[in-house]
Ligand binder design. Sequence first.
Ligand code: FNR
Length: 404
Amino acid sequence: THDLECLTIDQLEKIAADRMDKQTRDYYNEGADSGTTLAENKSAYQKYRIRPRVLRDVSKIDTSVDIFRFKNTIPMGVAPTAMQRLAHQDGELATARACKKAGIVMGLSSFSTTSLEDVKDALGKEHPGLLQLYLFEDREESKDLIARAKKAGYKAVALTVDTPMLGRRNLEIKNQFKLPRHLKSANFDRVGENHSVTSDEKEPEANEARKRMQEQEVSRAGYHDGSQWVSPTGRITFHSHAPNPTLNWERDIDWLKQQCHPEMEVWVKGIATGEDAILACHHGVDGVIVSNHGGRQLNGALATIDALPEVVDAVKSMNRKMPVHVDGGIRHGTDVFKALALGADFVWIGRPVLWGLAYKGQEGVELCLKLFNDEFRLCMGLAGVTSVDEIGKEYLAKINRDGF
Ligand code: FNR
Protein backbone atom coordinates (compact mmCIF):
# COMPACT_ATOMS: atom_id res chain seq x y z
CA THR A 1 0.00 0.00 0.00
CA HIS A 2 1.15 3.48 -0.81
CA ASP A 3 0.68 6.76 1.00
CA LEU A 4 -0.83 8.64 -1.92
CA GLU A 5 0.03 11.97 -0.34
CA CYS A 6 3.67 11.13 -0.29
CA LEU A 7 5.32 8.88 -2.85
CA THR A 8 8.87 10.23 -2.75
CA ILE A 9 11.36 11.64 -0.26
CA ASP A 10 11.20 14.95 -2.12
CA GLN A 11 7.46 15.09 -1.47
CA LEU A 12 8.08 14.14 2.14
CA GLU A 13 10.45 17.09 2.46
CA LYS A 14 7.79 19.47 1.18
CA ILE A 15 4.98 18.11 3.32
CA ALA A 16 7.20 18.13 6.41
CA ALA A 17 8.22 21.74 5.82
CA ASP A 18 4.62 22.82 6.37
CA ARG A 19 4.39 20.88 9.61
CA MET A 20 7.38 22.33 11.40
CA ASP A 21 7.68 25.68 13.12
CA LYS A 22 10.21 28.02 11.58
CA GLN A 23 12.91 27.48 14.17
CA THR A 24 12.77 23.70 13.76
CA ARG A 25 12.56 23.78 9.98
CA ASP A 26 15.54 26.10 9.74
CA TYR A 27 17.56 24.12 12.27
CA TYR A 28 16.92 20.80 10.52
CA ASN A 29 17.24 21.90 6.94
CA GLU A 30 20.01 24.45 6.78
CA GLY A 31 23.65 23.94 5.97
CA ALA A 32 26.67 26.01 6.94
CA ASP A 33 27.25 29.41 5.35
CA SER A 34 25.81 29.66 1.83
CA GLY A 35 24.87 25.98 1.73
CA THR A 36 27.05 24.92 -1.21
CA THR A 37 28.12 21.64 0.36
CA LEU A 38 24.59 20.88 1.54
CA ALA A 39 23.33 21.25 -2.04
CA GLU A 40 26.24 19.37 -3.61
CA ASN A 41 25.91 16.41 -1.28
CA LYS A 42 22.66 15.79 -3.13
CA SER A 43 23.40 17.03 -6.64
CA ALA A 44 26.73 15.20 -6.89
CA TYR A 45 24.79 11.93 -7.17
CA GLN A 46 23.51 13.20 -10.53
CA LYS A 47 26.96 12.86 -12.04
CA TYR A 48 26.49 9.14 -11.98
CA ARG A 49 24.17 7.01 -14.08
CA ILE A 50 23.43 3.35 -13.66
CA ARG A 51 24.44 0.76 -16.30
CA PRO A 52 21.69 -1.84 -15.97
CA ARG A 53 22.22 -5.46 -16.96
CA VAL A 54 19.32 -7.49 -18.33
CA LEU A 55 18.03 -11.06 -18.70
CA ARG A 56 19.40 -12.16 -15.37
CA ASP A 57 16.42 -13.61 -13.48
CA VAL A 58 15.80 -11.09 -10.76
CA SER A 59 12.74 -12.87 -9.39
CA LYS A 60 14.51 -13.30 -6.05
CA ILE A 61 16.32 -10.29 -4.65
CA ASP A 62 18.10 -10.13 -1.30
CA THR A 63 18.55 -6.50 -0.25
CA SER A 64 19.94 -7.30 3.19
CA VAL A 65 23.43 -6.81 4.64
CA ASP A 66 25.05 -7.71 7.94
CA ILE A 67 25.94 -4.94 10.32
CA PHE A 68 26.90 -5.37 13.97
CA ARG A 69 26.02 -9.06 13.54
CA PHE A 70 22.48 -8.09 12.59
CA LYS A 71 20.71 -8.71 9.32
CA ASN A 72 19.78 -5.21 8.22
CA THR A 73 16.96 -4.97 5.65
CA ILE A 74 18.92 -2.75 3.26
CA PRO A 75 22.45 -1.30 3.41
CA MET A 76 21.20 1.83 5.10
CA GLY A 77 20.80 3.10 8.65
CA VAL A 78 19.32 6.11 10.38
CA ALA A 79 22.03 8.71 11.05
CA PRO A 80 22.23 10.32 14.48
CA THR A 81 20.48 13.68 14.46
CA ALA A 82 20.02 15.80 17.56
CA MET A 83 16.80 16.86 19.25
CA GLN A 84 14.18 14.81 17.46
CA ARG A 85 11.37 15.87 19.77
CA LEU A 86 11.41 19.18 17.97
CA ALA A 87 9.85 17.39 15.02
CA HIS A 88 7.32 15.28 16.88
CA GLN A 89 6.44 14.74 20.52
CA ASP A 90 7.50 11.08 20.35
CA GLY A 91 10.89 12.09 18.94
CA GLU A 92 13.61 9.44 19.16
CA LEU A 93 11.16 6.83 20.48
CA ALA A 94 9.14 7.06 17.28
CA THR A 95 12.34 6.70 15.26
CA ALA A 96 13.43 3.68 17.32
CA ARG A 97 10.09 1.92 16.90
CA ALA A 98 10.08 2.57 13.17
CA CYS A 99 13.67 1.28 12.84
CA LYS A 100 12.83 -1.84 14.76
CA LYS A 101 9.80 -2.52 12.61
CA ALA A 102 11.75 -1.96 9.41
CA GLY A 103 14.81 -3.96 10.54
CA ILE A 104 17.10 -0.96 10.21
CA VAL A 105 19.93 0.05 12.55
CA MET A 106 19.47 3.32 14.43
CA GLY A 107 22.09 5.92 15.23
CA LEU A 108 21.32 8.07 18.24
CA SER A 109 22.79 11.51 18.84
CA SER A 110 24.38 12.27 22.20
CA PHE A 111 22.18 15.34 22.13
CA SER A 112 18.93 13.44 21.89
CA THR A 113 15.79 14.62 23.60
CA THR A 114 15.15 11.06 24.86
CA SER A 115 17.65 9.22 27.02
CA LEU A 116 19.83 6.55 25.43
CA GLU A 117 18.36 3.98 27.84
CA ASP A 118 14.78 4.73 26.81
CA VAL A 119 15.71 4.58 23.16
CA LYS A 120 17.43 1.22 23.61
CA ASP A 121 14.36 -0.09 25.43
CA ALA A 122 12.26 0.90 22.43
CA LEU A 123 14.69 -0.83 20.07
CA GLY A 124 14.58 -3.99 22.16
CA LYS A 125 17.37 -6.37 23.07
CA GLU A 126 18.17 -7.74 19.64
CA HIS A 127 17.91 -4.63 17.55
CA PRO A 128 21.23 -2.79 17.13
CA GLY A 129 21.80 0.80 18.12
CA LEU A 130 24.83 3.01 17.59
CA LEU A 131 25.51 5.92 19.90
CA GLN A 132 27.05 9.02 18.38
CA LEU A 133 29.61 10.64 20.66
CA TYR A 134 31.11 14.03 21.09
CA LEU A 135 34.12 13.72 23.36
CA PHE A 136 34.02 16.34 26.06
CA GLU A 137 36.86 18.13 27.73
CA ASP A 138 35.51 16.67 30.92
CA ARG A 139 36.43 13.02 30.44
CA GLU A 140 34.37 11.90 33.41
CA GLU A 141 31.20 12.97 31.61
CA SER A 142 32.23 11.10 28.46
CA LYS A 143 33.27 8.05 30.47
CA ASP A 144 29.93 8.01 32.15
CA LEU A 145 28.05 8.23 28.86
CA ILE A 146 30.12 5.41 27.34
CA ALA A 147 29.53 3.19 30.38
CA ARG A 148 25.81 3.82 30.13
CA ALA A 149 25.79 3.00 26.40
CA LYS A 150 27.62 -0.25 27.11
CA LYS A 151 25.24 -1.18 29.86
CA ALA A 152 22.21 -0.39 27.72
CA GLY A 153 23.54 -2.67 24.99
CA TYR A 154 24.64 -0.36 22.20
CA LYS A 155 26.76 -2.17 19.65
CA ALA A 156 28.96 0.74 18.63
CA VAL A 157 29.86 4.34 19.22
CA ALA A 158 30.61 6.77 16.43
CA LEU A 159 32.88 9.61 17.41
CA THR A 160 32.02 12.70 15.41
CA VAL A 161 35.28 14.26 14.25
CA ASP A 162 34.14 17.04 11.96
CA THR A 163 33.22 19.42 14.75
CA PRO A 164 36.43 20.85 16.26
CA MET A 165 34.45 24.07 16.08
CA LEU A 166 30.85 24.57 15.25
CA GLY A 167 30.07 25.41 11.61
CA ARG A 168 28.43 28.72 10.99
CA ARG A 169 24.71 28.29 10.52
CA ASN A 170 23.22 31.66 9.89
CA LEU A 171 19.54 30.86 10.35
CA GLU A 172 20.33 29.23 13.67
CA ILE A 173 22.01 32.47 14.72
CA LYS A 174 19.26 34.64 13.32
CA ASN A 175 16.52 32.64 15.04
CA GLN A 176 18.58 32.52 18.25
CA PHE A 177 17.96 28.80 18.27
CA LYS A 178 17.13 27.34 21.65
CA LEU A 179 15.64 24.09 22.81
CA PRO A 180 12.08 24.91 23.98
CA ARG A 181 11.50 24.78 27.73
CA HIS A 182 9.62 21.49 27.72
CA LEU A 183 12.51 19.65 26.05
CA LYS A 184 15.91 18.71 27.37
CA SER A 185 19.16 17.11 26.35
CA ALA A 186 18.01 13.92 27.98
CA ASN A 187 21.39 12.20 28.30
CA PHE A 188 22.59 15.00 30.52
CA ASP A 189 19.54 15.11 32.69
CA ARG A 190 20.70 17.47 35.36
CA VAL A 191 21.62 19.97 32.74
CA GLY A 192 18.83 20.53 30.21
CA GLU A 193 19.50 23.45 27.89
CA ASN A 194 17.12 25.71 29.75
CA HIS A 195 17.35 24.38 33.26
CA SER A 196 17.91 26.70 36.13
CA VAL A 197 21.45 27.45 37.14
CA THR A 198 23.17 24.51 38.86
CA SER A 199 25.05 25.05 42.06
CA ASP A 200 28.49 24.97 40.51
CA GLU A 201 27.42 27.72 38.19
CA LYS A 202 26.85 29.91 41.19
CA GLU A 203 30.60 29.98 41.58
CA PRO A 204 32.00 33.21 40.24
CA GLU A 205 34.35 31.48 37.83
CA ALA A 206 31.58 29.42 36.28
CA ASN A 207 29.40 32.47 36.14
CA GLU A 208 32.09 34.25 34.24
CA ALA A 209 32.34 31.34 31.80
CA ARG A 210 28.60 31.36 31.38
CA LYS A 211 28.60 35.05 30.70
CA ARG A 212 31.29 34.55 28.09
CA MET A 213 29.23 31.82 26.55
CA GLN A 214 26.19 34.05 26.38
CA GLU A 215 28.24 36.75 24.77
CA GLN A 216 29.36 34.26 22.18
CA GLU A 217 25.91 32.92 21.65
CA VAL A 218 25.46 35.15 18.63
CA SER A 219 28.50 33.81 16.85
CA ARG A 220 27.71 30.23 17.89
CA ALA A 221 31.41 29.56 17.83
CA GLY A 222 31.18 27.52 20.98
CA TYR A 223 33.95 28.54 23.32
CA HIS A 224 36.47 29.37 20.68
CA ASP A 225 36.72 33.12 20.55
CA GLY A 226 38.75 33.14 17.37
CA SER A 227 42.14 33.18 19.03
CA GLN A 228 41.89 30.83 21.94
CA TRP A 229 39.94 27.89 23.24
CA VAL A 230 37.98 28.52 26.40
CA SER A 231 37.34 25.22 28.07
CA PRO A 232 33.65 24.73 28.81
CA THR A 233 32.33 24.51 32.33
CA GLY A 234 28.89 24.12 33.82
CA ARG A 235 25.87 22.66 32.08
CA ILE A 236 26.29 20.47 29.05
CA THR A 237 24.62 21.92 26.02
CA PHE A 238 25.04 21.18 22.37
CA HIS A 239 26.49 24.56 21.56
CA SER A 240 28.95 24.61 24.40
CA HIS A 241 30.09 20.99 24.48
CA ALA A 242 29.74 19.43 21.03
CA PRO A 243 32.63 21.34 19.48
CA ASN A 244 35.99 20.37 20.94
CA PRO A 245 39.08 21.66 19.16
CA THR A 246 41.49 19.72 21.38
CA LEU A 247 40.67 16.28 19.97
CA ASN A 248 43.49 14.41 18.23
CA TRP A 249 44.25 10.94 16.91
CA GLU A 250 47.01 9.93 19.32
CA ARG A 251 45.44 10.77 22.60
CA ASP A 252 41.73 10.49 21.99
CA ILE A 253 41.16 7.58 19.65
CA ASP A 254 43.26 5.23 21.73
CA TRP A 255 41.53 6.41 24.88
CA LEU A 256 38.13 5.83 23.28
CA LYS A 257 39.06 2.33 22.16
CA GLN A 258 40.14 1.50 25.68
CA GLN A 259 36.82 2.68 27.03
CA CYS A 260 34.66 0.88 24.49
CA HIS A 261 36.32 -2.36 23.44
CA PRO A 262 35.50 -5.18 23.36
CA GLU A 263 31.79 -4.69 23.98
CA MET A 264 31.32 -1.77 21.62
CA GLU A 265 32.93 -1.01 18.28
CA VAL A 266 34.53 2.38 17.75
CA TRP A 267 33.68 4.21 14.53
CA VAL A 268 34.83 7.60 13.36
CA LYS A 269 32.22 9.81 11.70
CA GLY A 270 33.29 12.71 9.55
CA ILE A 271 36.21 11.39 7.49
CA ALA A 272 36.56 13.23 4.20
CA THR A 273 40.01 12.38 2.81
CA GLY A 274 42.17 9.39 1.96
CA GLU A 275 44.88 10.68 4.32
CA ASP A 276 42.59 10.54 7.33
CA ALA A 277 41.24 7.16 6.26
CA ILE A 278 44.80 5.85 6.43
CA LEU A 279 45.22 7.32 9.90
CA ALA A 280 41.95 5.70 10.93
CA CYS A 281 43.39 2.36 9.78
CA HIS A 282 46.62 3.00 11.67
CA HIS A 283 44.70 3.76 14.83
CA GLY A 284 42.66 0.61 14.54
CA VAL A 285 39.14 1.98 14.48
CA ASP A 286 36.41 -0.46 13.53
CA GLY A 287 35.05 1.61 10.65
CA VAL A 288 34.73 5.07 9.18
CA ILE A 289 31.80 7.14 8.02
CA VAL A 290 32.55 9.50 5.18
CA SER A 291 30.53 12.51 6.21
CA ASN A 292 30.54 16.29 6.24
CA HIS A 293 27.79 16.48 8.83
CA GLY A 294 25.12 16.96 6.18
CA GLY A 295 26.84 20.14 4.95
CA ARG A 296 26.50 21.77 8.37
CA GLN A 297 30.18 22.17 9.18
CA LEU A 298 32.77 23.21 6.58
CA ASN A 299 31.00 24.77 3.67
CA GLY A 300 32.97 24.35 0.45
CA ALA A 301 34.05 20.86 1.45
CA LEU A 302 33.70 18.11 -1.13
CA ALA A 303 30.34 16.42 -1.48
CA THR A 304 30.59 13.13 0.39
CA ILE A 305 30.01 10.98 -2.70
CA ASP A 306 32.98 12.79 -4.27
CA ALA A 307 35.17 12.16 -1.23
CA LEU A 308 34.15 8.51 -1.00
CA PRO A 309 36.36 7.06 -3.79
CA GLU A 310 39.62 8.37 -2.31
CA VAL A 311 38.68 6.99 1.09
CA VAL A 312 37.81 3.61 -0.40
CA ASP A 313 41.10 3.54 -2.35
CA ALA A 314 43.11 4.53 0.71
CA VAL A 315 41.58 1.80 2.83
CA LYS A 316 42.20 -0.74 0.06
CA SER A 317 45.84 0.33 -0.09
CA MET A 318 46.17 -0.53 3.59
CA ASN A 319 45.08 -4.11 3.03
CA ARG A 320 42.78 -3.89 5.98
CA LYS A 321 39.16 -4.83 5.86
CA MET A 322 37.88 -1.66 7.49
CA PRO A 323 34.30 -0.91 6.46
CA VAL A 324 33.59 2.43 4.84
CA HIS A 325 30.18 4.05 5.20
CA VAL A 326 28.90 7.31 3.76
CA ASP A 327 26.14 9.79 4.54
CA GLY A 328 24.88 13.09 3.14
CA GLY A 329 22.36 13.97 0.44
CA ILE A 330 20.97 10.47 0.01
CA ARG A 331 17.38 10.97 -1.04
CA HIS A 332 16.51 7.92 -3.17
CA GLY A 333 17.14 4.20 -3.33
CA THR A 334 19.23 4.76 -6.46
CA ASP A 335 21.56 6.97 -4.39
CA VAL A 336 22.11 4.05 -2.02
CA PHE A 337 22.94 1.87 -5.03
CA LYS A 338 25.36 4.46 -6.44
CA ALA A 339 27.16 4.85 -3.11
CA LEU A 340 27.65 1.09 -2.90
CA ALA A 341 28.83 0.93 -6.50
CA LEU A 342 31.47 3.52 -5.57
CA GLY A 343 32.73 1.29 -2.80
CA ALA A 344 30.69 2.15 0.30
CA ASP A 345 29.58 -0.80 2.41
CA PHE A 346 26.62 1.01 3.90
CA VAL A 347 24.93 4.43 3.97
CA TRP A 348 23.14 6.53 6.56
CA ILE A 349 20.30 9.02 6.11
CA GLY A 350 19.75 12.08 8.30
CA ARG A 351 17.16 14.66 7.32
CA PRO A 352 14.66 12.37 5.52
CA VAL A 353 13.98 10.70 8.87
CA LEU A 354 13.38 14.06 10.53
CA TRP A 355 10.93 14.92 7.76
CA GLY A 356 9.15 11.61 8.32
CA LEU A 357 8.94 12.39 12.03
CA ALA A 358 7.52 15.84 11.36
CA TYR A 359 5.00 14.39 8.92
CA LYS A 360 3.51 11.65 11.09
CA GLY A 361 5.78 10.55 13.93
CA GLN A 362 6.54 6.84 13.88
CA GLU A 363 4.30 6.27 10.87
CA GLY A 364 6.14 8.98 8.98
CA VAL A 365 9.54 7.43 9.73
CA GLU A 366 8.17 4.04 8.66
CA LEU A 367 7.04 5.64 5.42
CA CYS A 368 10.46 7.18 4.89
CA LEU A 369 12.24 3.87 5.43
CA LYS A 370 9.74 2.04 3.23
CA LEU A 371 10.30 4.46 0.37
CA PHE A 372 14.05 3.84 0.48
CA ASN A 373 13.50 0.11 0.82
CA ASP A 374 11.12 -0.11 -2.15
CA GLU A 375 13.29 2.14 -4.29
CA PHE A 376 16.47 0.25 -3.50
CA ARG A 377 14.89 -3.14 -4.22
CA LEU A 378 13.45 -1.85 -7.48
CA CYS A 379 16.79 -0.36 -8.44
CA MET A 380 18.58 -3.65 -7.81
CA GLY A 381 16.04 -5.54 -9.89
CA LEU A 382 16.09 -3.10 -12.77
CA ALA A 383 19.89 -3.03 -12.73
CA GLY A 384 20.03 -6.82 -12.83
CA VAL A 385 21.45 -7.44 -9.38
CA THR A 386 20.08 -9.93 -6.87
CA SER A 387 22.41 -9.49 -3.90
CA VAL A 388 24.09 -6.43 -2.42
CA ASP A 389 27.65 -7.71 -2.71
CA GLU A 390 27.30 -7.83 -6.50
CA ILE A 391 26.97 -4.04 -6.67
CA GLY A 392 30.24 -2.70 -8.04
CA LYS A 393 31.82 0.00 -10.19
CA GLU A 394 30.79 -1.69 -13.41
CA TYR A 395 27.20 -0.65 -12.72
CA LEU A 396 28.02 3.05 -12.93
CA ALA A 397 28.95 5.53 -15.60
CA LYS A 398 30.09 9.03 -14.80
CA ILE A 399 28.64 11.75 -16.98
CA ASN A 400 29.64 15.35 -17.38
CA ARG A 401 26.92 17.37 -15.78
CA ASP A 402 27.24 20.10 -18.38
CA GLY A 403 26.09 17.57 -20.90
CA PHE A 404 29.30 17.28 -22.93
C1 FNR B 1 22.83 16.24 12.29
N1 FNR B 1 23.99 15.46 12.28
C2 FNR B 1 24.57 15.12 13.48
N2 FNR B 1 25.70 14.38 13.49
C3 FNR B 1 26.28 14.02 14.66
O1 FNR B 1 27.30 13.37 14.62
N3 FNR B 1 25.72 14.39 15.84
C4 FNR B 1 24.58 15.12 15.92
O2 FNR B 1 24.09 15.43 17.00
C5 FNR B 1 23.98 15.52 14.70
N4 FNR B 1 22.87 16.30 14.70
C6 FNR B 1 22.28 16.66 13.53
C7 FNR B 1 21.13 17.41 13.54
C8 FNR B 1 20.49 17.74 12.35
C9 FNR B 1 19.24 18.55 12.39
C10 FNR B 1 21.03 17.29 11.11
C11 FNR B 1 20.34 17.59 9.81
C12 FNR B 1 22.18 16.55 11.09
C13 FNR B 1 24.56 14.95 11.01
C14 FNR B 1 23.97 13.62 10.62
O3 FNR B 1 24.39 12.59 11.48
C15 FNR B 1 24.35 13.20 9.19
O4 FNR B 1 25.74 13.25 9.06
C16 FNR B 1 23.71 14.07 8.12
O5 FNR B 1 22.41 14.45 8.50
C17 FNR B 1 23.65 13.33 6.81
O6 FNR B 1 23.18 14.15 5.79
P1 FNR B 1 21.65 14.18 5.29
O7 FNR B 1 21.18 12.76 5.12
O8 FNR B 1 20.87 14.94 6.31
O9 FNR B 1 21.77 14.92 4.00
